[in-house]
Design a protein around this ligand. Structure first.
Ligand SMILES: *[C@@H]1O[C@H](CO)[C@@H](O)[C@H](O)[C@H]1NC(C)=O
Ligand SMILES: *[C@@H]1O[C@H](CO)[C@@H](O)[C@H](O)[C@H]1NC(C)=O
Length: 459
């Protein structure tokens, strides 16, 4: 096709340009040259004779470039963008993403999948970005909806008190959709996502049941605190605070985390620093240090921490809160490292309880937390005691991800005390994306070094 088009003579009156071409052709026709033949190099035009020169130069350039930037990892480290674009996650992360999207049915599964997709596909808009709030505002959306928002927008309810209708079961879970509601509402007028986010925030602060210490309940029927809730509503309150430029609300998000920790922290013994799963009046109460619950708490804190340190106004005045969050996250990681004694290389479903199997969900989200914190506070978290551990946990999980993107064995996300692992976990699939993206960002921002990568590859 292209050849045909090129040879077509201009139609209509001859333009100046066309006239030039015609006269060039005429000139070259008058030269007394041998007809071109592949078999006879003397008939080759100069450009062809010297073709080896540019090819050779290109090869030398590629060799130097590869040596210099690609290292052993096999991806392009020259900039953050080229690094993330060519990154080798070592497991089928896109298959896991498909599972995260297809398996989600509950509010927190949609919210968590949307967060995970943002971190994977639009890391510049996640709170973990190098500059998450350009000009101290939440990032602008472009003409096209980001993939995370495209996925989640139809699952957000914008005409009622909370962002999801779960028959009034949970207070905190629907709030996990809050950040994406703000992102959508800030740019698109379909439905009123911003008003809905405001109502969701008001409901949390003014109408939700409170635990005796003032913490916003995880559940609607009873005032009950679940470690899970720390990933559901404080990251939303913090993000909403940036959107409204409301420092008091940002402090309230941290205060809520503090109240959760006050109630859930295991203060001493082998599980010191870890969090209980559930406190409250119902028979759901659970003193055990559920691995996924600790991961929900740690990763939720990391997201709030990144929001505070990523926003100019709070970075300047909330140093004390940042310090607290870093200590609370470190406590959990220390506890996870200390109780990590299963031969599978995975964390046990209940940390510090030897009767429990190792499983992938809590393990991957705690590894993700470690990588995020290593970038946010390298002095404390980019030490081998954390990073080498995270590499080993990631490696143990990644080696168990099958071709369909399932990591097994994973705890039943709806029955945390079940001794039967499940074949597929919606939240577990999202955690794989979070682990992959967190590791990628740690490498691409030069905190996780390529030597670490080499160590893990050897296994
Ligand atoms: C990605 O990494 C894995 C594990 O180290 C390796 O087996 C695979 O060949 C790599 N893939 C590419 C495209 O480099
Ligand atoms: C709004 O939410 C409440 C509580 O979840 C529910 O009882 C009610 O039916 C909902 N109203 C509509 C119009 O969906």
């Amino acid at each position: 096709m292209a050849e045909v088009r090129q040879r077509k003579k201009p139609e209509g009156p001859i333009t100046t340009h066309a006239a030039d071409v015609t006269s060039d052709e005429a000139t070259s026709n008058t030269q007394d040259e041998l007809p071109f033949a592949w078999s006879d190099p003397s008939t080759w035009p100069l450009s062809l004779k010297f073709l080896p020169v540019p090819i050779g130069l290109l090869a030398i350039f590629m060799a130097i470039y590869t040596q210099y930037f690609m290292g052993e990892a096999g991806f392009d480290m020259s900039t953050y963008e080229t690094c993330t674009g060519t990154f080798n996650y070592t497991f089928r992360i896109n298959a896991a993403r498909q599972q995260a999207e297809e398996l989600a049915t509950h509010s927190w599964e949609y919210g968590t999948a949307a967060e995970a997709i943002t971190e994977l596909v639009n890391p510049e808009k996640a709170v973990f970005a190098a500059n998450p709030f350009p000009n101290d505002k939440i990032p602008n959306q472009g003409l096209k909806m980001d993939q995370a928002l495209l996925f989640v927008h139809r699952h957000i309810r914008y005409d009622n008190i909370t962002l999801f209708d779960d028959d009034g079961y949970s207070v905190s879970d629907p709030a996990s959709l809050g950040i994406t509601a703000v992102m959508i509402g800030q740019r698109w007028q379909l439905g009123n996502y911003l008003t809905a986010a405001e109502r969701q925030k008001d409901f949390l602060l003014n109408d939700a049941p409170r635990y005796i210490n003032g913490a916003i309940s995880h559940r609607s029927e009873v005032a009950e605190l679940w470690s899970d809730a720390v990933s559901m509503f404080p990251p939303f309150l913090a993000y909403y605070a940036v959107h409204k430029q409301d420092m008091a609300l940002l402090r309230a998000a941290v205060h809520q985390i503090q109240l959760y920790r006050d109630a859930l922290l295991i203060p001493d013994g082998a599980k010191e620093g870890l969090w209980k799963h559930i406190v409250g009046p119902s028979d759901m109460a659970d003193d055990g240090a559920w691995s996924t619950g600790n991961a929900w708490a740690a990763y939720g804190m990391a997201r709030v921490r990144a929001t505070i340190s990523g926003w100019g106004p709070s970075r300047e005045v909330m140093g004390e809160e940042i310090g607290k969050l870093d200590r609370w996250i470190a406590e959990i990681l220390e506890g996870a490292v200390r109780t990590d004694d299963d031969g599978s290389g995975l964390l046990r479903n209940y940390l510090g309880q030897q009767s429990w199997f190792g499983e992938t969900s809590g393990t991957s989200l705690l590894a993700a937390t470690t990588y995020r914190m290593a970038v946010l506070n390298p002095k404390v978290f980019a030490q081998p005691k954390y990073l080498d551990w995270a590499h080993a946990k990631r490696s143990a999980v990644a080696s168990r991800v099958d071709d369909d993107g399932f990591a097994k064995p994973a705890v039943n996300p709806l029955k945390h005390a079940s001794r039967e692992p499940v074949e597929s976990s919606p939240e577990g699939a999202s955690f794989l994306l979070m682990m992959g993206s967190a590791w990628r960002d740690c490498v691409c921002r030069h905190v996780c070094t390529l030597e670490d990568q080499g160590k893990v590859d050897v296994q």
